[in-house]
Structures are given as structure tokens and as C-alpha cells.
Design a protein around this ligand. Structure first.
Ligand code: ATP
Ligand code: MG
Length: 451
């Protein structure tokens, strides 16, 4: 993309309404525009990152064997009356009526609808296990929408639902989600720690929230510092392997890590004092096994091998896709702007032309731009007629992890500068070397993809 032809409405001033850094930077970098409280337009740069995040979520769900579909945002109230949640959900649910005076709602989640799909088509144990998921907009009429996309009213969520014959099978699905989530967050450059969560009105021990540590997080968290040493890394996973799933669950959840909702002082006191940490965290996902709550209420049953009809065991598993943008920025920025991890950056590299209009500088930039694209990379070329300082400030603000600076002085020696946004370190190398270097840098990002 050429910046002169892009739509990147950056703001010079700090927007007053933004209380936390990710919200401020998303507004300043021209990523989002608020349309009403907690409801945003995704401007091109924000939309691009949102799509990169969605892509990773899709790939990791499908790698785990989960099947994508798409359910609507508007749902019929009758479905929710069947589960009893229409009345229970309260003011967070946006309710409306169509022209025939039928009660509708904008979905805050999809347990009822996916259970309805399941019961309409599945009746045999042979169709199990099954996990269906989608990435769809949700609406929750939050009392205090704030912090930009972190607590919106309209927000994008990945929500997946497993259907299994037995509790045992459903717990394997739970572990499978935990494993796929660990890999998902790491690909985004995030450490998200599974913490024991509160089962809420449904209860049960089988729920974990994934938290990214950040001072601006809304949850207070308590953990054993050893947990932050755990890396998922590049493991070979067989998502059907029950023992492997259980081992990873134990590895990542055996140390103390809880939010204030489930915190237990006595248990925490057993962690050696020098490893006890109290911090704040952002919830970026949650997994939940809830058994037969919906399948019993809504008649989602299968016939077993012995001819018995039984309700299926279910769980639901969510990732806060739009919230993740805020969480990543909270975890990765400095006073000049955002620092995108390579896995989610909107553009892989920025090209800064120091002397726009100078024949040889322009053509060197054009050649770089062309060759980077030919190498499968996605460059943003700042070809505007602007001062170098302004160009650098824009690149720093929007946070591309790498920048190539091209000027007549360097070119005289066949050199450009390759600069890391994270460390600020620069190297003078030939344009060809810069391309090779970037190919090497992004190789692991491309290799992590799942087709
Ligand atoms: P919270 O406790 O933050 O209100 P929740 O536990 O009610 O969230 P879930 O139903 O578990 O949310 O939804 C799955 C994920 O969707 C959450 O882990 C979170 O990342 C994201 N999410 C929930 N509410 C919002 C919101 N209002 N804005 C943006 N993302 C949200
Ligand atoms: Mg939650």
C-alpha cells in the first residue's frame, strides 16, 4: 500500500475521551472511530489488524479440528425462552421487535442457537465429537462501555461449542480448546495465562479465563511467578490425543493463578513468598464445560450404541477478538506509539522515502516496494511529500515492527537503513540484504500458518 493513496486519519492531539493507552493509540493511529457509546467503526488500519487476528483464530480452531459456520446476530426470543435465559439475562440484552411484533434480540452469545442447530440435524452418537464455532459480532448493553474496544457494547467474539457423548469426551474438548488458545495467543505475541475462573450461576470446576497481564486490566489477579516462564512454543500436537491434552492442561494450570473472583488466600499462602505476585489482567478468553444444561432444556439428545437416548455434554469457549487489539497494544507500546508483534502487524514493514521527488531515491523505493511484495510481504510505502520527522512519527505511532529508510546519501553507497521499532536499532545494509533479512524475520510467522 502507498500511504498517499491509503486512508489513515492519524490524530496529532491526544483525544480527551481516552483513559488508557490502547484506546488513545487506536484513536490516534486512525484505527477506530466511535459511532456511539461502545460502538465503533473499524477504519482501514484497525480493520486490517482485526482481520489478522481473526485469521489466526480461524487457523488455530481449524487446526484443532473445530468447524467454522456463521450464525446471525439477530435471534428469536423464543429460543432463549426455551433455555430460561430470556428473562434471566437482564439489561445487558438488547431486545427489539420486528414489524410483526415478534420479540427479537441482538445475540450476546450463541449457546441456544447452536444447540438448536445441533438438535435439528444430529441424532446419533456417531456424529460426535463435534465442535462448531463462529466469529461474529455480539451486543451486550454494558453498563459502562469504556476503554475503547476493550469493553465495547458491540464487539467481535469467537465462540465455539463442543458436543460430546460423555463428560469425559467433553473434558477432552475442554483441553483441546485450552491448547488451541495457548497457541493462538502466542502467535499474536501475547502471553495469556489460564486462570481458574468462577463458574457463575452454572457452577462447576471446569472453567478457565485467559488473562494478559497489564496495569490497566480490569481484573485483579494473583499468581505464582513460575507460571510466566511457561511457553507453549512450537509443539507437535495431536489434537485427538487425550493424554497429551490432559498433560498440557496440568502443565499450564497446576500453579496458582486466579482472579479476584476465585482467589483463595489460604492456597495462595502456600506459594513461596518470593514467587507470589499480585497484578492486573485483561480477560481475552474463557473456556467452560457446562454439561447438559442446554441440551436437557432444549432437547439436544443422541441415541447411543446401546439404543439409549441421552442429552449431549457441552461447553462453550470464547475469545475476545476485538478486545485483543487493545490487549496487544497495552502489552506492547512505548511513548511514541504502538509496537505490533510480527504475527499481527497490519503491514510487515514501512518504507520511508527521505527525499520524495528525487529520481533515484524514488526509484529505489519503488523497486523495494515491488520486490517486498513479490517476496510475499506486505509493505506500507510512505510516498507522501512530507518531512522525514513527520514520516518517522507516523511510522512510530502506527507501530510497524520494521522500517526501511531510503535516502540519497545512503543510496550513494547502495545502503538503506533497516530499523527495529522495538529496539530502535538501525543497520545500514543493501536493499537486497534488507529484503532477505525481512524474509528471514517473517519466516516463522508464515510457517506458523495453518492451511
Ligand atoms: P467480562 O467479564 O470482561 O465482562 P465475560 O466473562 O462476560 O467478560 P465471556 O462471555 O466470557 O465474557 O466472553 C468471551 C470473551 O469475549 C471474553 O473473554 C472477553 O475477551 C470478550 N468480551 C466480553 N465482553 C466484552 C466486551 N464488552 N467488549 C469486548 N470484549 C468482550
Ligand atoms: Mg468470561
Amino acid at each position: 500500500m502507498r500511504l498517499s493513496r491509503y486512508f489513515l486519519p492519524v490524530l496529532k492531539e491526544d483525544p480527551k475521551e481516552a483513559q488508557i493507552v490502547s484506546h488513545r493509540l487506536m484513536l490516534r493511529a486512525g484505527m477506530i472511530k466511535q459511532q456511539s457509546a461502545g460502538i465503533y467503526s473499524w477504519l482501514p488500519l484497525g480493520y486490517k489488524v482485526l482481520n489478522r487476528i481473526q485469521q489466526i483464530v480461524h487457523e488455530e480452531q481449524q487446526r484443532a479440528g473445530h468447524i467454522p459456520l456463521l450464525m446471525p446476530t439477530l435471534q428469536s426470543a423464543d429460543l432463549w425462552r426455551e433455555s430460561g435465559r430470556y428473562d434471566a439475562y437482564g439489561d445487558e440484552m438488547l431486545r427489539l421487535q420486528d414489524r410483526h411484533k415478534r420479540d427479537m434480540l441482538y445475540g450476546p452469545t450463541n449457546e441456544e442457537m447452536v444447540t438448536d442447530i445441533f438438535r435439528s440435524y444430529v441424532s446419533s452418537y456417531k456424529s460426535l465429537p463435534l465442535t462448531l464455532y463462529h466469529i461474529q459480532w455480539k451486543f451486550r448493553d454494558e453498563m459502562r462501555p469504556r476503554f475503547g474496544v476493550m469493553r465495547g457494547r458491540e464487539f467481535l467474539m469467537k465462540d465455539g461449542y463442543n458436543f460430546d457423548l460423555t463428560k469425559e469426551d467433553a473434558l477432552h474438548a475442554y483441553n483441546r480448546h485450552l491448547v488451541s488458545y495457548l497457541r493462538t495467543y502466542e502467535r499474536m505475541g501475547l502471553q495469556a495465562i489460564p486462570m481458574r475462573a468462577d463458574g457463575g450461576p452454572i457452577g462447576g470446576d471446569y472453567t478457565h479465563e485467559f488473562l494478559v497481564l497489564a496495569d490497566t486490566g480490569e481484573s485483579e489477579v494473583f499468581y505464582d511467578s513460575q507460571i510466566t516462564d511457561l511457553k507453549f512454543g512450537d509443539r507437535q500436537i495431536d489434537y485427538d490425543d487425550v493424554a497429551q491434552g490432559q498433560a498440557i492442561l496440568e502443565e499450564f494450570t497446576s500453579r496458582y493463578a486466579r482472579t479476584d473472583e476465585t482467589h483463595d488466600e489460604a492456597l495462595f499462602a502456600q506459594v513461596p513468598e518470593e514467587r507470589r505476585r499480585t497484578a492486573r489482567g485483561i480477560e481475552v478468553g474463557q473456556i467452560f464445560y457446562f454439561g447438559t444444561k442446554y441440551s436437557e432444556a432444549m432437547g439436544a439428545t443422541v441415541v447411543t450404541e446401546t439404543g439409549e437416548r441421552v442429552p449431549v455434554h457441552m461447553g462453550s469457549h470464547g475469545i475476545g477478538v476485538s478486545r485483543l487489539l487493545g490487549a496487544i497494544i497495552e502489552a506492547s507500546h512505548d511513548d511514541k506509539g504502538i509496537i505490533w508483534p510480527e504475527g499481527v502487524t497490519p503491514f510487515h514493514v514501512g518504507i520511508v522515502n527521505l527525499k520524495q521527488g528525487d529520481g533515484s531515491t524514488d526509484s529505489a523505493c519503488e523497486a523495494l516496494y515491488r520486490e517486498l511484495k513479490a517476496a510475499g510481504l506486505d509493505p506500507l510505502y510512505d510516498d507522501r511529500d512530507e518531512r522525514a520527522g513527520a514520516k518517522f512519527a507516523t511510522m512510530d505511532l502506527i507501530g510497524l515492527p520494521w522500517r526501511i529508510t531510503v535516502g540519497p546519501r545512503g543510496l550513494a553507497e547502495n545502503k538503506v537503513e533497516l530499523t527495529s521499532r522495538r529496539t530502535g536499532e538501525s543497520e545500514a545494509i543493501s536493499p537486497q540484504e534488507a529484503i532477505e533479512r525481512l524474509k528471514t524475520i517473517y519466516q516463522p510467522v508464515f510457517a506458523a500458518a495453518y492451511h
